[in-house]
Design a protein around this ligand. Structure first.
Ligand SMILES: Cc1ncc(COP(=O)(O)O)c(C=O)c1O
Length: 390
């Protein structure tokens, strides 16, 4: 895409591969892994991320929407694609036509699949163990077992559940432990069918990595060879602050360049609502990125960006297309023209390799890293660094 505004998200393919290798190292051999590339690969660009992972050995990819899966198929992805959201009859036909694998949560979905399938269909069966979002109730397990034993068309390949609080999976008495304990009878039930059981999201995977380096036997995490469904970890962030066994590197850098620099007098205000008033004569850098690009307005007057390897505070309200930084202490009495087009990093790495983490930015925006990454707007082009020509 032609770029007239130099605001973009740089995607480090090298870091993505390094994170994927860390996850695979934690998985060891013979473990089911479904990297989650839903929501445009957490904002990173699903086609390129999926192509990279497939090239690096992934054989399954996780999406939420049928539409996301169709896009991957149209881009030539050959991996198994798990569709997590569910489907109606029309959706089921699309899933089958494009050889995707449905994650099923209701009897109605099973009936729909039976009615539209001509050939045998692989199915992953989801159970609710406490998230209370999607999935069969646990007491349906026996009936479902009988159903799959008798079904000519539907072939059960996996049972799964989703952790509501994966960051506590390291504890043997936390909510995750309770969920896993509740899921164990289901796993036992379907053992004779030789299916995978997948549970662990980034929090669960990181917990397994932590107990493994401490050589501890965990009552629940080591109980089965639980399959992995990594999302956030793949994109370089820890699901909880106290995890460190896996070395993860942020994949996305959100950056722009200075549009212009204004000199303002003490007492003058900046931006809508006049919420920031200069206490001294100040130099204000105007940068062409705003809340329409996914840089949350809640960060107004709180956040800071990396500018000339220093933290420059965001001053005044973040606008739809612009924000302003106080760079007085950084540029001093320099000719402002010298600083036009200077790089500004909102999260990720600057040219010197120093990191401003999306986690820090998320705290200021009163949100989580998952939201900060997936919020980066459609009009921000993704630049892939180190993308292999496949
Ligand atoms: C069903 C399911 N599995 C796995 C994940 C990945 O979670 P995380 O990004 O915490 O690794 C998600 C994300 O929301 C999910 O919905």
């Amino acid at each position: 895409m032609e770029m007239y505004r130099r605001t973009f998200a740089e995607i480090s393919v090298e870091n993505l591969i390094a994170n994927w290798n860390e996850i695979k190292k934690t998985a060891g051999s013979n473990r089911f892994i479904c990297p989650m590339v839903k929501a445009n690969a957490y904002g990173h660009g699903d086609i390129q991320v999926a192509q990279t992972l497939e090239h690096e050995g992934a054989d399954t990819l996780g999406v939420c929407l049928i539409e996301e899966g169709l896009l991957l198929r149209a881009s030539g992805l050959k991996s198994q694609i798990l569709v997590f959201r569910g489907f109606d009859k029309h959706g089921a036909q699309k899933i089958l036509e494009y050889q995707m694998t449905p994650v099923v949560s209701t009897w109605q979905q099973l009936q729909i699949l039976e009615s539209v399938a001509d050939d045998p269909v692989k199915v992953h069966l989801k159970f609710n163990t406490g998230m209370n979002r999607l999935g069969f109730d646990l007491d349906q397990s026996e009936q479902l077992h009988t159903f799959f034993k008798n079904s000519k068309k539907l072939k059960l390949k996996a049972v799964l559940t989703h952790l509501a609080q994966g960051e506590d999976a390291i504890s043997e008495i936390g909510f995750s432990a309770k969920q896993i304990e509740a899921f164990l009878p289901v796993v036992e039930h379907f053992k004779s069918m030789n299916v995978y059981s997948h549970i662990l999201n980034s929090g669960g995977i990181a917990s397994l990595a932590e107990v493994s380096i401490q050589n501890k036997e965990h009552r629940y995490l080591h109980r089965e060879n639980w399959g992995f469904r990594p999302g956030l970890a793949l994109y370089g962030y820890q699901a909880a602050g106290n995890f460190s066994a896996m070395t993860l590197r942020p994949v996305m850098t959100l950056k722009s360049v200075v549009n212009n620099i204004r000199s303002i007098k003490s007492g003058e205000s900046v931006s809508y609502g006049c919420s920031w008033v200069a206490k001294r004569d100040s130099k204000i850098a105007v940068v062409p990125i705003g809340y329409a690009d996914g840089f949350h307005r809640l960060i107004s007057n709180k956040g800071a960006a990396l500018f000339a390897d220093k933290m420059a505070p965001v001053v005044g309200r973040i606008c739809m297309d612009f924000l302003m930084l106080d760079v007085t202490d950084i540029i001093g009495d320099d000719d402002p023209l010298k600083w036009i087009e200077e790089e500004v990093v909102f999260f990720g790495y600057n040219e010197k390799g120093n990191l401003l983490s999306a986690e820090q930015v998320s705290q200021l925006a009163q949100t989580i890293t998952w939201e900060t990454l997936t919020s980066v707007g459609e009009r921000v082009p993704r630049h892939f660094k180190g993308l292999k020509k496949l």
